[in-house]
Design a protein around this ligand. Structure first.
Ligand SMILES: Cc1ncc(COP(=O)(O)O)c(C=O)c1O
Length: 493
């Protein structure tokens, strides 16, 4: 009799076995993965096995060698880049989707939640109600999708179809050097070329200068380039800077150019009453992105693009000629006898993915669990933590604030009159923070200053992590200076 070798009906038993290892990981007291790298590589580095070892043994191996050597990103004190671990509900809803709806398609409750979650995000972030969203794998793809629609719209006005015929004219996308590099990547992938991205100068707060944009647009009117989009950041990755959405949006309307807002990180910031006013102008956008896997606590792999012009979106990504294996199977939803008779809401025609997980269910579950109120509390807490670090950086004689925080990123550095090379010193401080492995920020450049850059984002990241980080930076900085002075004195004597 046929017997499938892979377990297909022991999920809860196997999960019980796995849970023990996950619980242990979430104590966050394992040594960092680099410590025993040789050991776990040796244990895992095996040739492809002819015979399997069975599910229980795979979980045991995972528990012994893989899970304990996982990522620092999950740690509550990790404030590096703009990334975090999922909340429990993020993991649970992911698993539910994997088990009960392996694709987002079909006339299922999962497909319905894809739609509902997008509507909830529109409502929660105060976006125009005529905006249509589509999930994708993250901010990179979300930007690509938004700019794909922008490209389609810009060329359609010229009677051209870039999705069919390619880009046959020089294009321009207006952004700043603080824009995420996936704007440039999108331009490349969409056939416009990275060089189509024009960097508009920024002000002292690293925000796009509207006047400089206007000047550039005036200049470019004279040349034969197609203006495809103006891109604003609602929270830049580097420092959290917010471009003036209102001023830029108005220029976009005046020049009739597609207005794209990259809110992958910062769009949820609109829930914080202290910074809500900075989002004025969001309604002028033609496309906006946000990542659920950043501030909302979803597992990685969930970005969203919202657009006003769904036709431009569909024409950019839908080939029109549906493949036979789909065309011959589907009937229109109203005549469906079975949930497989229809693909459901055709999100597969609004982006680059056909197969996709049920991301909407995850976002729905995250919001359903704690409500907008819970999301707001998290976002306010993190923004306040950045302000708290800024306050300490302003007050402590050995700290310097590099830039007033706008959202939950604070750029600061250690200073000391005995230090000769402050950039070098702060690099050393960061190296030591990484070695200690409790408070884990990343770094960036603000002008010519190398700075420590925590981004408070994770649901597990709490008030004390702000104070702990500042304290540790001072302690490490003081120790390095003391050591350097001793070495200098010893050399002189
Ligand atoms: C503003 C912004 N846009 C886009 C991205 C890319 O997002 P993802 O890493 O989800 O692809 C990021 C990532 O940090 C970001 O901060």
């Amino acid at each position: 009799m046929f017997k499938e070798r892979a377990e297909c009906d022991k999920l809860s038993t196997l999960l019980t076995q796995l849970n023990e290892h996950l619980d242990a990981f979430q104590q966050f007291d394992h040594p960092d993965a680099v410590v025993d790298a040789e050991l776990w590589r040796l244990a895992l580095d095996k040739p492809v096995p002819e015979k399997g070892i069975g599910a229980e043994n795979v979980i045991a191996e995972m528990g012994e060698h893989v899970i304990p050597n996982g990522s620092q990103i999950a740690k509550p004190g990790c404030t590096s880049y703009i990334t975090t671990a999922a909340t429990d509900m993020g993991s649970i809803a992911t698993l539910a989707g994997i088990v009960a709806s392996p694709q987002r398609i079909g006339l299922t409750a999962f497909n319905y939640l894809e739609d509902l979650a997008l509507q909830w995000l529109v409502e929660m972030f105060g976006l125009p109600s005529n905006m249509q969203g589509v999930f994708s794998s993250g901010g990179s793809t979300a930007n690509l999708i938004g700019l794909g629609a922008a490209r389609q719209s810009a060329f359609a006005r010229l009677g051209m179809n870039p999705a069919d015929d390619g880009v046959q004219r020089v294009c321009k996308i207006y952004a700043t050097d603080q824009s995420h590099f996936t704007i440039h990547r999108s331009a490349a992938v969409l056939g416009m070329g990275r060089n189509s991205v024009v960097h508009i100068p920024v002000d002292s707060q690293l925000r796009l200068c509207p006047n400089a944009l206007r000047e550039q647009l005036k200049k470019d009117k004279a040349i034969d380039a197609v203006p495809v989009a103006i891109v604003a950041s609602a929270g830049s990755t580097n420092t959290g800077a917010m471009d003036s959405l209102q001023a830029i949006g108005e220029i976009a309307r005046e020049y009739d150019i597609w207005f794209h807002i990259d809110g992958a990180y910062g769009l949820p910031g609109t829930l914080d009453p202290q910074v809500h006013h900075l989002y004025k102008g969001v309604e002028l956008a033609d496309s906006i992105t946000v990542d659920a896997h950043k501030w909302l606590g979803a597992p990685v792999g969930i970005g969203v693009t919202f657009v006003k012009d769904v036709v431009a979106l569909q024409e950019s990504f839908n080939q029109g000629n549906v493949a036979d294996y789909i065309r011959t199977t589907i009937v229109d939803s109203e005549h469906a006898d079975n949930s497989m008779d229809s693909l459901g809401i055709p999100y597969h025609d609004m982006g680059v993915e056909l197969s996709a997980p049920t991301r909407g269910t995850i976002v729905w579950a995250l919001i359903r669990e704690i409500g907008v109120e819970g999301m707001r509390a998290r976002i306010c807490r993190h923004n306040e933590m950045a302000r708290r670090v800024a306050e300490q950086a302003k007050q402590h004689k050995n700290l310097e604030l590099a830039l007033e925080p706008t959202l939950s990123i604070c750029c600061f550095r250690y200073i000391n009159e005995s230090a000769i090379d402050l950039n070098g010193l702060n690099k050393k401080i960061h190296r030591q923070l990484m070695k200690n492995g409790t408070n884990i920020p990343s770094t960036t450049m603000v002008g010519d200053k190398f700075v420590i850059r925590p981004c408070f984002l994770g649901a597990r990241t709490d008030w004390h992590h702000a104070d702990d980080l500042v304290k540790e930076v001072i302690e490490i900085g003081d120790a390095i200076i003391k050591n350097e002075i001793n070495t200098r004195d010893n050399k002189e004597n």
